[in-house]
Design a protein around this ligand. Sequence first.
Ligand code: AMP
Ligand code: ZN
Length: 332
Amino acid sequence: MDHPTDHTGPGGLPRSDVGMKCSRCRGPARHRLPSHNARFCDHCLEVFFKRQVEKAIKQFDMLQFGQRVLVAVSGGKDSLALWQVLTEMGYPAEGVHVALELGDGKFGEASLASSQEMAQRLGAPLHVFNMAKLAGFSVQEIAWANKRSFCSVCGTLKRYHLNKLALDLDCDVIATGHHLDDEAARLLGNLVRRHTQYLESQWPTLPGVPGAFAKKIKPLCRLRGAEVKSYAKAHGLPVARGECPRSKGATLPYYTEAVRMLEERMPGTGLNFYMGYLEQKDGPPAAPKDFNQCPSCGMPTFAETCTVCRFLERTKEREERKARAAETSGQL
Ligand code: AMP
Ligand code: ZN
């Protein structure tokens, strides 16, 4: 007898999906892809997934065979799936994980453990860096001293260090796990807020400049989050559970929710919206030029001193003020 609250059928499928056939091979299907009006078995999902990644790589001139690529691995499903698929496609992909202290040890630890387990599965190198050690201060201290949100400081430091590490490791390209839902949500947010400067750099490949900026690519940009999740599940990838305890208060999730709602009512909207926007642009943004070299760290900057060094200077000043105040109150 059916249990009234049990919606799961054999093989963990929703009851409504039991008996559905793969759109390619007509065998039993496990994955539903409404945006493509398709259902796939594990094997055909794999074929579909690789084709989409290959298409993105070609369409946006992301990678050439033999190029060394550094995958930014957070331990979440997106970057693990990306690392898996690039490796299977024959790109020599190394991982880099930036370990963060987020005030809640568990998420940071789980993210690192997942990244390490994935490296072991693939037999690929994983470079691990501790953000606080790299910066000399904790993200929270830098955020307080610069009156910025934790997320914005964390994002700036991550981008800066990933770029620096890619240059230090002599890697040509950095790949991140951003997928179609991320990019469509970011595009919607930038259009709503008319952030023209961010709109200009909205492209899945950002060209590099030797010795200054690594090329940045998003090979999952044609795939929906749910499709990446299906791929990660089909491969049994060691995905870290939970979410960043510091991400509350960010506005991007509202745009992500809006895109998801549109997709639910009108499958395929996200891909049309994002790819349609890119098609009517002139092409990728030009490689950065007219930048200076930061006198403190040597990294490229469009100001005199780079944002990260300014962050650190202000944090140092604040810590010194605090130390002087503590000394004075001790003398009283
Ligand atoms: P998020 O903004 O957290 O959704 O992350 C987007 C992408 O940035 C991920 O798919 C990873 O490729 C990369 N990334 C995020 N956090 C880290 C991290 N701690 N270390 C290395 N790469 C990361
Ligand atoms: Zn600097």
